[in-house]
Design a protein around this ligand. Structure first.
Ligand code: DAH
Length: 344
């Protein structure tokens, strides 16, 4: 009998079960009413008295060891089951959350894309500038109000030479100057970038915003070239039906200068509150580069002429997506940004 117990002990130690059915079968085989251990218990009666103690102890050991092994196998199986349920292939897929591009980035990229296809390349320049590149070379008179502290952020004031004043650029026209200083025509560039103005922040003004400047310098460039490029841009940006209108204006760095309106795309030009019942909305400033600017940048104004234009990215974005409050662009409100999920 001892040999039989020993054999069962070995069996129990090496038994395995990969699922609950197999485990239950083992339990019945060893611990069930008609199982191997109960059968030994019945046989125990026939064990001679002097051997009863030894055999009894061995039998008890077998029983408790079997119970332990079965419990251990059950636990192992259960933790494995959990692993399987995590891999439930019938579950619906997790929605993968993608971020969105900022509306200003979407519109800036679109502007870049349109002008790139017309042969313009991108030029960039510093945001911390000097007076020479932001004002003096662009033909701003010494007493021009834009040079005033009220409009411009000053970083360093140079008492001997105002052209060396270090300021935050107030427009991307400074990149025109930097490009003309180091390149001879033909020049055909757009300059996207951030600009700064000393303004009180409200729904319609901010202390920083974004512009895209354009510049084309070559022999025989005329105002009609400018007009054609801007018309093409407007149609691509706002739709093929869009009309443009140029109104005479003034900028120190262009002569003649103009402001350009597009037909209001809300009322189609009939007049509505958005266009203040004029049928037109202003989108940019432009003109023929003033010969003084060409000369200040080392380009011979008797040989070359050119046009320039400058537009606000926020302004175009407002028109395209009807954003009423400029501050939304810099607040990072996820509900606002998510509205542009499908915009690009
Ligand atoms: N620099 C002007 C501004 O910030 C915009 C502008 C107007 C740029 C006319 C130009 C231009 O190049 O020709 O308001």
């Amino acid at each position: 009998m001892l040999a039989k117990i020993e054999q069962l002990l070995q069996e129990v130690e090496s038994m395995t079960a990969s699922n609950t059915e197999e485990l239950e079968a083992l339990r019945i085989k060893y611990l069930g009413k008609k199982g191997a251990i109960n059968a030994l218990m019945t046989d125990f009666r026939n064990v001679p008295a002097e051997k009863k103690k030894e055999v009894g102890m061995k039998l008890n050991e077998l029983k408790s060891r079997t119970q332990e092994r079965i419990a251990a196998l059950k636990e192992a199986n259960e933790s494995q089951d959990n692993g399987i349920s995590e891999l439930d292939l019938t579950r619906t897929a997790y929605p993968i959350k993608l971020g969105t591009r900022h509306p200003l980035t979407i519109v800036r990229n679109k502007i870049i894309d349109i002008f790139s296809r017309m042969g313009f390349t991108i030029a960039e320049g510093p945001e911390v500038e000097d007076d020479l590149h932001v004002f003096t070379s662009l033909n701003f008179a010494a007493d021009h109000p834009a040079r005033d502290m009220q409009d411009t952020f000053f970083i360093d004031v140079n008492k001997e030479d105002v052209t060396k004043n270090v300021i935050l650029r107030t427009h991307t026209s400074s990149v025109q100057v930097r490009t003309m200083e180091k390149t001879q025509p033909p020049i055909r560039i757009i300059c996207p970038g951030r600009v700064y103005r000393n303004e009180a922040i409200s729904y319609r003004a901010h202390c920083f915003f974004h512009q895209v400047e354009g510049l084309y310098i070559d022999k025989n460039v005329s105002f009609s070239d400018l007009k054609q490029v801007l018309l093409q841009f407007s149609k691509e940006m706002f739709g093929a039906e869009t009309k443009i209108r140029l109104r005479p204006s003034y900028f120190p760095f262009t002569e003649p200068s103009a402001e350009m309106d597009i037909s209001c795309d809300i009322c189609g030009g009939k007049g509505c509150p958005f266009c203040k019942y004029t049928g037109w909305v202003e989108i940019l400033g432009c003109g023929m580069v003033d010969p003084n600017v060409l000369e200040a940048c080392g380009i011979d104004s008797k040989i070359y002429s050119g046009y320039a234009f400058g537009m606000g990215v926020e302004r175009i974005t407002n028109l395209k997506y009807k954003v009423k409050d400029l501050r939304m662009f810099s607040e990072n409100d996820i509900r606002f940004l998510k509205e542009f999920e499908m915009a690009y």
